[in-house]
Design a protein around this ligand. Structure first.
Ligand SMILES: C[S@@+](CC[C@H](N)C(=O)[O-])C[C@H]1O[C@@H](n2cnc3c(N)ncnc32)[C@H](O)[C@@H]1O
Length: 357
């Protein structure tokens, strides 16, 4: 058992079982032992890698996507360019470099990074040295203005809850202890009615089905939608997930690039769940575009042409690496189909680049 596991076992013994959301929050953000607080979980030495870490093309194209939305919406004189969960700051660094092509947007935009991990904030500071950016804890701390918002693999890291439909009604899946004081799965007694936040498809799931809800994600898209409706702008969330909403277990643990049992190494394995794009879009109250496959979006934004330009100045080894990265990001058997992109705008706003009008 890890040190965090021993602490969680003590907490469960004295205070009772934990919801999956409480368990996830402790494993990811415990101030001493959380995956995101102890170390940098991204990259070869960490638990997982992400699209911006695979190639600069990803952040460049997403940055230009935000700039193109700003242009299409009448170039507001003041706006916010926001990234949720910026990891190592790579996406934003690549985006800002590409946006040198659109200096008026950089002039209009205040750049804000919303990051919960103090350790990753320090990594982001280094990646963005020399840029004028600021950090915030949540969207609630930001001024009222049009928003152009990017979020890659942010929503999958937010805490979820799980519910099992039993013949007696919904019961919540919880983390408790076995006789040997090891963490083990358990179930609450049946709840009255439907749990909060279930989409109609999840409510209608058959007995025996397990469903997941992500209230934190829906609260955030609710605030994004409010800002889009009030001030305009556009938001882009890229993640692994599903649409339409459906029952099924997607909660998973990844330690050192391999899947593992979510209860076996608390604080030493990354915990995530697939994103319910329908639930996020509905909670936003905004106009949803897509989701479209990541591969399709990047192709529409010009990733092939960008790869050719980079290869023109590359060594043979670098050119081969660019081709490998291009395939990883776009091929249907790699990240191209598993990852999807959802865009949100106010009703009547122009369809964002890469999304059918
Ligand atoms: C899976 S990583 C993705 C990092 C980056 N977007 C990328 O693509 O490389 C998730 C990021 O979201 C941050 N994060 C998770 N929950 C958060 C929250 N509630 N508020 C702010 N940041 C959060 C993590 O610290 C981390 O930076």
């Amino acid at each position: 058992m890890t040190p965090l596991g021993r602490r969680l076992a003590r907490r469960i013994r004295t205070q009772g079982s934990l919801s999956v959301a409480e368990y996830m929050t402790a494993c990811l953000f415990d101030p001493a032992e959380g995956v995101y607080t102890r170390a940098d979980p991204l990259g070869r030495e960490g638990h997982f890698t992400t699209a911006p870490e695979i190639s600069q093309m990803f952040g460049e194209l997403l940055g230009l996507w935000a700039g193109a939305c700003w242009q299409a919406q009448g170039r507001p004189a003041r706006c916010l360019l926001i990234e949720l969960g910026p990891g190592r700051g790579t996406l934003m660094a690549d985006a800002l470099r590409a946006l040198a092509l659109l200096p008026a947007f950089l002039e209009a935009a205040e750049v804000v990074l919303i990051e919960a991990s103090p350790g990753l904030r320090a990594v982001q500071e280094r990646a963005l040295a020399g840029r004028v950016v600021r950090w915030a804890d949540s969207l609630d701390d930001l001024p009222e203005a049009p928003i152009f918002l990017l979020a890659n693999e942010f929503f999958d890291a937010l805490p979820i809850r799980q519910y099992l439909k039993t013949p007696e009604g919904w019961a919540e899946r919880r983390v408790g202890l076995d006789e040997a004081e090891r963490l083990r799965w358990g179930l609450s007694t049946p709840l009255p009615g439907h749990p909060p936040g279930l989409t109609p498809a999840k409510q209608a799931a058959p007995v025996g089905a397990l469903v997941e809800t992500c209230t934190a994600g829906e609260t955030i898209t609710g605030e994004i939608g409010r800002r889009l409706r009030t001030h305009g702008g556009a938001a882009l969330a890229v993640d692994y997930g599903y649409h339409p909403s459906t029952a099924g277990e997607t909660f998973q643990a990844l330690a050192r690039h391999k899947t593992t049992d979510p209860l076996s190494e608390p604080g030493r394995a990354d915990l995530t769940a697939h994103v319910d794009f329908e639930a996020l879009a509905t909670a936003s109250g905004a106009t949803a575009h897509g989701p479209v496959d990541q591969g399709r979006l990047l192709q529409a934004l010009g990733i092939e042409a960008r790869a050719q330009t980079l290869k023109a100045k590359a060594t043979p080894q670098q050119a081969a690496d660019i081709d490998i990265a291009l395939r990883r990001l776009t091929a249907p058997d790699q990240m191209g189909r598993l990852f999807k992109a959802l865009a949100l705008t106010a009703e009547g706003a122009p369809a964002p680049p890469g999304f059918p009008a």
